[in-house]
Ligand binder design. Sequence first.
Ligand SMILES: [Zn+2]
Length: 379
Amino acid sequence: MCSLALWSLMRDVTAQFTMDDAVLHPGYRPEEGSDEEGLWRMMDRAEGNLQLSRFVVRDPQLNEFISDMICRLGKDYCPDIRAYVVRTPYFNASMAPNGMMQIWTGLLLRCSDEAQLAAIVGHEMGHYIHRHSIQRFRDVRNKAGLSAFLGLGLAAAGAGWAGNITDLALTASIFSFSREQEREADSVGLEIMARAGYTPVAAHEVWQQLLAEQEVSTADRTQNVMFASHPAPEERLVTLREQAELLDGERGERGYERFRESLAGVRQQIVDDELRLRQYGRSEVVFDRLIAQSPKDGLLWYAKGEVYRKRAEPGDLKRALDAYQTALDTDSAPPETYRSIVLVELKQGNKAKARSTLDLYLEKYPEAADADSLQMLFY
Ligand SMILES: [Zn+2]
């Protein structure tokens, strides 16, 4: 069977899904007085809190890009979905039953292009369109009692960077979907992103990348929210790859340039937040992969240098200096690169080299806010 025939067969299967009562139609509102309405109201309140949160990223360029992508993916559902970029350095996106979507900045850092982000967003839309939350809600209510669920549900919906990671993992596991729901979200998500014209293989790539990161991570798997709430990535990788092949996986759009441009205003902050986690092995994998994709990106080379400077294991300071030098050889090194070289050279006792780097820094950036404090290091 040619891939086009399979493609239309899959479309028929999806058409059957939409005939199902379990599927949410565009513009849907739950029946008044129903448990589903209660769940929505709870999420509406959480959304009100989120809207006021200082962790919501307000960058207009990024938000416009995300809205456009949501509408391209969601089509008729577009008016029902409100997306918030939340400053939290972990790989995650979520979608509440009332249409509130959260995209965490750690996910944005880890996506190579728009197609990869579309794969994750499409997956979350799959949970939403198939009303997995209310099914899960009813399931958990019957098993665990409502009060525990309600308290945790609110915490989960409002959780962000401020949230304790143990709480996040716990709430994510309370809100975790069944394996069957995850499989459905995966295939519906793939269908959504492919129909919107994005490259289908991006879906398994993004999981593969997360797995590579996880393999070097010293942190326990339960510390990763996405692993806490989702089945083993090994299994979904295989399935997503097979399904992408049926959809002529390499076709479609990557949206690399647009994705990059939309992140321009927030990239430095996202990189700094990642470094602040002090999970250096994991960060090294992330930055190495991004550098392989954009070898002339000064910010990424600076970030790689920071990983080594902060980790400071044997050989790391030399590695840091090499990375900083490569950053300076590009036309996009952040000014902080000079400051970090000064710090490393001083640490190694190379006062003259530190001095000449500082002079160069102040010559290039006479207004540098840290000029005085750096001068102090030489007294
Ligand atoms: Zn999921």
